[in-house]
Structure formats: structure tokens, C-alpha cells
Write a protein that binds this ligand. Structure first.
Ligand code: NDP
Length: 444
């Protein structure tokens, strides 16, 4: 039996109405997978591998009650989407943001399945979080929320079951509060979360991993074309964990980073951010506009995006659907030839189609931002054997993993004219191991 893309998307849409982000992610992946399975593994259709892979193994939704600093009771909703455990324990971050809903977490968990498989580390896919808004909360409020969140989550996670990490709004501080609560309830010092501090089970290079890995991946794309970073202008969106370390590595590799951004606007410095300027950005927190008080070369725009400025390489590192078709057209018109996603699904489907049509080298997040989960996997390995590796060792492993992901994308994404379709390569390369493991494990 062969599958038809349109019928399949109708089936998934009917089952998951009102989940636009999840449907977008499913369409983006299955457009490549369906022709591949029909040709190479038609028997997988009889086993309904695709129908199963779009259905989470388990979705947990729970109430999180906590007391704010004014002693007012607050109620939030927590989630964990345990998407697929065919090749290892569920693994994926926790996002704290008022924008969090089930559609967004299902899209992130779905993407995570393919991303984790691409790393070559045995990790399944999951994602979770809460509609809790950490912005403007005191340290004590963050702690009380995290403790309450873990008081329910602890029964669903474990070092060999499900190992969450950080994402938007969740960094080392939040991971610390959740880890402390898990340890208190279970009386067990276990590697149940990654992104821990280096003094209590964390891995060196984990904070840097997603941004550094992104640049290692772009380096592979450039080397494949006999090019390098020198003389190249880079536009980055976001000013959080991924964006910051992407900018730092880009500068170290010889590129000129000209933008950063946050939800208030875009910071443009046509002279480029030096490492010193980047350190200053970090000290400003969310007040990016204040940069211009110290560095006169910078300008802050509340009405512009990083994609409005001419660049050779665009690295969207903020959030989903932040780069649309119009942005893609502006980038291409201004000479951009490379786009690599640090964020998850930052480009709309129309933008991706435009990049492909324009022969822009486009690297999807599931390949290009896999460095974060890869080092999380290395953190789990260190926890299991009770060791802590040096920064150099972890960084070397990270670089090797990103190079292997690039090779996988080339293997499955090379087109007749020699151009690499990285999206197709990542979708198929990430799927094969998961699909065959699901087949081997029978109807579960
Ligand atoms: P952070 O919370 O550290 O930073 C997010 C940044 O993006 C902030 O500067 C934020 O600005 C900005 N931002 C958020 N929403 C918008 C918006 N609508 N418009 C403009 N700017 C926005 O998160 P991370 O850096 O960890 O994550 C960024 C992306 O990378 C996410 O898509 C995440 O899923 C993905 N990712 C993260 C990994 C990790 O290891 N952390 C691993 C792989 C992927 P503001 O402060 O104003 O909200």
C-alpha cells in the first residue's frame, strides 16, 4: 500500500484540529518521508509507522499551583509530551512562556524525535513546559513555581525514562530548582535533568552547545563549497542562550555579526559585534536598546527584523515562525546565500520553499541546532559513568557530532544537480533509525 501526502495531512488535521504548529511540523517532515517510504520501505505503510509516529506515546497535562510574593495563589498549566521512545528514553527541553500550548509542545516534541536520532546518541523525543511567564518574577517566585512543577512531573521522568532539559525561559537556575525538588522527593541524586551546573552533575559546554554546534554545522556547509567565514556578514535573531553563543562562535571563526534581537526589537551594529561588545550585550539582559548608550555604532529599531539588513548568512535563533516568505524574499534580494536555524522551526513553510527555489543553502533546526541535545546526551553519559569530561573533550565530541549530522544530510539530501537539500536529508536521515526500531519492536 502506498501513502498519499494530501490524504495523510487530511488524516492528521482531522485528528488534531486547532494545532497549527504541530500540523506545520508534520507537513514539513512527511512531505519528504512519504515518497521515500513508498519507494524504499512500502511495507512500513502496512505497519502504519507514520500514523504511529505522529501520535505521542503519552501526553501529560497537570495543574501547577504556587504562591507569589504577595501571597496570592497562582495557577498555571504544566505539560510533558512523551512523543517517541523507540531508540531511547524521551529527551527534550522544558519551555516556560505564556505562549506555551499543546500544539507548540507537540511540534517541538515531534521535531525532537528526528533531531535526537540524527545525533547518533540513543535518545527518544519529548518536550514539555508551562504557560508560566518567568519575566518579571522574583527568584523566590521562580523557585516556588519550579518546585511545584516538579512535584507533579517527578513521577513521569527518570534517568532511564525521560530526561528533560532547558528551552526558552528555562536555564541553569530553573533546572537547579527542579533538580533540587526531584532529589528531595526521590531521595536520589540522579541525572534526571540536563543543563545542570558544572559543580552538581552538569557538563561543560552545555550552555554553549546549541550556538557553537550551529556554527560548526555552517562551517561544514561552507567547507563543502570550499568557502569559509572570512568576510561574511551574519544576521542573528534573538539574544538568549542560542543566539549569544552562536554570535560568540561566529566572531571567533572570523565572521562579522551585525544583528541581535529580542521581542522588543532589533539591534544593528554595522561595524559588527566584537567579543567585548557581546559581553556588554549579555550584561544588558533584555534592555538591548541601552547598547547604543555605550556603542555609538549601534542602532536599535522597534520596527525592524534582522532579516531587513543585508547579510551573507542568516541565523534565526529566537522562536518559531519568526522568518516568513516576505523576510525570505528580502534576504535573497540582499544577497543572503545561507540560512541555518538555531531556533526550532523559525522559518515558515513558504519561506523554506522560497529558499529552496532560490538555491539558498538552508539548514533546518533539527540538524543545525542538534548540538544542544547532543551535549545533553553527553551529560547523561558522564552522569552514568560518574565522570566529568573537560571542556576540550566535550567541544571536540560536539564538533564531531555536527560533522556526522552534516554527512547524513548530504547522504540523503543530495539532489541531481549536486545541490544539498538539507531539510530532506535531515528528515530522512533522522527517520530511518526510528522507523526501523519501531518496526523491530512490534505493535507498541
Ligand atoms: P532564551 O529564552 O534563552 O532566548 C530566547 C530569545 O529569543 C530571547 O532573546 C527572546 O527575547 C527572543 N524571542 C522570543 N520570542 C521572540 C519573538 N517573538 N520575537 C523576537 N524575539 C523573540 O531561549 P533559547 O535561546 O534557549 O531558545 C531559542 C530557540 O532555540 C527556541 O526556538 C528553542 O526551542 C531553540 N533551541 C534551544 C536549545 C537550547 O539548548 N537552549 C536547543 C535547540 C533549540 P525576549 O527576552 O524579549 O522574549
Amino acid at each position: 500500500m502506498s501513502l498519499n501526502f494530501k490524504n495523510f495531512i487530511k488524516y492528521v488535521t482531522d485528528k488534531n484540529p486547532n494545532e497549527p504548529e504541530f500540523l506545520q511540523a508534520v507537513a514539513e517532515v512527511t512531505e519528504d518521508l512519504i515518497p521515500y517510504i513508498n519507494e524504499k520501505h512500502p511495507t512500513w505503510n502496512d505497519l502504519k509507522i507514520l500514523e504511529r509516529i505522529v501520535e505521542p506515546e503519552r501526553v501529560i497535562s497537570f495543574r501547577v499551583t504556587w504562591l507569589d510574593d504577595k501571597n496570592v495563589v497562582q495557577v498555571n498549566r504544566g505539560y510533558r509530551v512523551q512523543m517517541n521512545s523507540a531508540i531511547g528514553p524521551y529527551k527534550g527541553g522544558l519551555r516556560f512562556s505564556p505562549t506555551v500550548n499543546l500544539s507548540i509542545l507537540k511540534f517541538l516534541a515531534f521535531e525532537q524525535v528526528f533531531k535526537n536520532s540524527l545525533t547518533g546518541i540513543p535518545l527518544g523525543g519529548g518536550k514539555g513546559g508551562s504557560d508560566f511567564d518567568p519575566k518579571g518574577k522574583s527568584d523566590n517566585e521562580i523557585m516556588r513555581f519550579c518546585q511545584s512543577f516538579m512535584t507533579e512531573l517527578f513521577r513521569h521522568v527518570g534517568p532511564e525514562t525521560d530526561v528533560p532539559a532547558g528551552d526558552i525561559g528555562v536555564g541553569e537556575r530553573e533546572v537547579g530548582y527542579m533538580f533540587g525538588q526531584y532529589k528531595r522527593i526521590q531521595n536520589h541524586f540522579a541525572g534526571v535533568l540536563t543543563g545542570k551546573g558544572p559543580n552538581w552533575g552538569g557538563s561543560y559546554i552545555r550552555p554553549e552547545a546549541t550556538g557553537y554546534g550551529l556554527l560548526y554545522f555552517v562551517q561544514c556547509i561552507l567547507e563543502n563549497l570550499d568557502e569559509d567565514f572570512s568576510g561574511k556578514t551574519i544576521a542573528i535573531s534573538g539574544a538568549g542562550n542560542v543566539a549569544y553563543y552562536a554570535a560568540e562562535k561566529a566572531v571567533n571563526l572570523g565572521g562579522k555579526v551585525i544583528t541581535l534581537s529580542n521581542s522588543s526589537g532589533c539591534l544593528h551594529d554595522p561595524e559588527g559585534f566584537s567579543l567585548e561588545k557581546l559581553h556588554h550585550v549579555a550584561s544588558l539582559g533584555r534592555e538591548l536598546a541601552k547598547y547604543t548608550e555605550t556603542y555609538k555604532s549601534g542602532q536599535f529599531f522597534t520596527d525592524k527584523k534582522p532579516w531587513d539588513f543585508a547579510c551573507d548568512i542568516a541565523l534565526p535563533c529566537a522562536t518559531q515562525n519568526e522568518l516568513d516568505e516576505q523576510d525570505a524574499k528580502t534576504l535573497v534580494k540582499n544577497g543572503c546565500r545561507f540560512v541555518a536555524e538555531g531556533a526550532n522551526m523559525p522559518s515558515t513553510m513558504e519561506a523554506i520553499k522560497y529558499f529552496h527555489k532560490s538555491k539558498v543553502h538552508f539548514a533546518p533546526g533539527k540538524a543545525a541546532n542538534a548540538g544542544g541535545v547532543a551535549v545533553s546526551g553527553l551529560e547523561m553519559s558522564q552522569n552514568w559513568i560518574g565522570q566529568q569530561w573537560t571542556s576540550e573533550k566535550v567541544d571536540g565530541r560536539l564538533k564531531g557530532i555536527m560533522e556526522n549530522i552534516h554527512k547524513t544530510c548530504v547522504k540523503y539530501g543530495k539532489e541531481e544537480d549536486g545541490h544539498i537539500n538539507y531539510l530532506k536529508g535531515a528528515n530522512i536521515g533522522g527517520f530511518i533509525k526510528v522507523g526501523s526500531a519501531m518496526k523491530a519492536q512490534g505493535l507498541v
